[in-house]
Design a protein around this ligand. Structure first.
Ligand code: 0O2
Ligand code: 0O2
Length: 218
């Protein structure tokens, strides 16, 4: 157990640091009163039981886990609109605090299950008392609709151990298509939605600071 704690400590640190950094992108857009391509960010370190299950399923020897399992540290970035995803990817490609080592586009190439998301694998340097340690972290970038589908499918997957009854399989495929259509529809009225959101943000500011929401104090 002590060895697990030691192994996972840098991953915990990476997740906490990346949460602050990625949430910071959102705050910067909010500060500029500009539409943020990031809606919210979550992160987790994979539970030990899931690491062990995956190692067995993929035939990864325990002493190779760090080199071969790329999602012990996992971040998720949720976006409102599909084209926000490429904006986020471009922002991440420009960063100097980590290196992107792999990109998997499950949006252009949806998985057979119906899963859609954009995945990046990065090498993130964590500063420890014994020096710098570069660890893999997986960043999943998806819309709220993609996230809704993936979360539900993940729970059902757990319940049925990946062997879905035919009717559930069919419903999940239909739900995946519905999530795709929802994203398409929202993209069509994106301008309208953003205008409304900007209006309400200004209105909120106005009621908070007594200004007219355009930076003018009355
Ligand atoms: P479960 O049952 O696994 O869903 P904060 O207080 O906001 O700083 P906190 O409370 O640690 O941070 O939570 P955060 O970061 O908002 O979200 C953690 C949850 O996000 C986890 O739930 C995961 O479900 C999910 N999550 C985020 N990123 C990933 C990822 O890359 N892969 C997977 N599988 N899940 C992710 P819990 O708490 O582990 O519960
Ligand atoms: P968790 O922590 O339970 O989410 P593999 O890891 O073997 O599945 P690969 O190629 O190493 O495959 O990685 P991939 O497919 O790029 O990303 C794996 C992660 O993406 C999964 O983590 C899920 O979080 C997510 N994912 C991939 N396919 C699906 C899918 O069909 N449905 C759902 N809901 N999520 C998916 P894990 O390993 O399941 O861990």
């Amino acid at each position: 157990m002590e060895q697990w704690e030691k192994l996972l400590a840098p991953y915990e640190q990476a997740v906490e640091e990346l949460k602050i950094k990625l949430r910071g992108i959102r705050s910067q857009y909010d500060g500029e009163l500009d539409h943020s391509p990031i809606e919210f960010v979550t992160g987790r370190v994979k539970p030990i039981a899931s690491i062990l299950d995956k190692a067995v399923n993929k035939g990864i020897p325990l002493d190779q886990i760090e080199a071969e399992m790329q999602d012990i540290a996992g971040m998720r970035i949720m976006c409102q609109f599909v084209d926000d995803i490429s904006r986020v990817v471009n922002l991440l490609r420009k960063r100097k605090d980590f290196e992107i080592v792999e990109e998997r586009d499950y949006i252009s190439n949806k998985k057979r299950s119906g899963y859609r998301s954009y995945h990046l694998v990065i090498r993130y340097p964590v500063q420890t008392i014994s020096g710098e340690k570069n660890i893999y972290t997986e960043i999943q970038i998806r819309t709220l609709a993609m996230n809704f589908w993936a979360t539900i499918e993940h729970s059902l997957n757990y319940k049925y151990s990946g062997q879905f009854p035919e009717d559930i399989q069919y419903r999940l495929q239909r739900a995946s298509e519905a999530a795709y259509l929802l994203d398409e529809e929202m993209s069509q009225i994106k301008g309208e939605i953003q205008e409304a959101q900007a209006f309400f943000t200004r209105k909120k500011e106005k009621s908070q600071d007594g200004s007219d929401g355009e930076g003018t104090i009355r």
